[in-house]
Design a protein. Structure first.
Length: 142
């Protein structure tokens, strides 16, 4: 990315608290994008490895601000339509738009499908975005 290539753009990133979601959020923030960081931010009974945490989201927000970007954080599960809708609504209220959507959230749950693929009857998979006109890929600025 070139310096400030994404000035004026808004990125909505799921699974943003750590790993590639956090790295992408910081890269886009350094390039000028304002960030909405969405993450489950709590331990689950599966997958057997650490997930993001509220402190991970808070430190991401601080790191984005340190490079001159605004960052909204939202704790929620991508399988929960109400949580996604609330985060989208908050992003639109705060930033007025969403230009980049990085659907990065996901869990690798190992084991038999009956043991690790469901929680409370819900399959362990990411949802697609409810943002009208969006695609589940990172888009480049116009």
């Amino acid at each position: 990315m070139t310096d400030r290539e994404f000035d004026g753009k808004v990125a909505f990133i799921t699974g943003a608290a750590h790993g590639q979601g956090r790295a992408t959020a910081l890269a886009l923030a350094r390039a000028g994008a304002r960030i909405t960081a969405f993450d489950i931010a709590k331990p689950l009974a599966y997958p057997g490895y650490d997930l993001g945490s509220p402190s991970d989201l808070q430190s991401l927000q601080t790191a984005c601000r340190d490079v001159g970007s605004d960052c909204l954080t939202h704790e929620g599960d991508v399988r929960d339509d109400a949580a996604i809708t609330a985060a989208v609504d908050r992003t639109l209220a705060g930033f007025g738009r969403i230009d980049i959507l990085f659907n990065n959230a996901g869990i690798a749950a190992y084991g038999s499908p009956t043991n690790s693929q469901k929680t409370n009857g819900t399959p362990c998979s990411t949802s697609t975005s409810k943002v009208p006109g969006s695609s589940p890929a990172v888009s480049s600025p116009s």
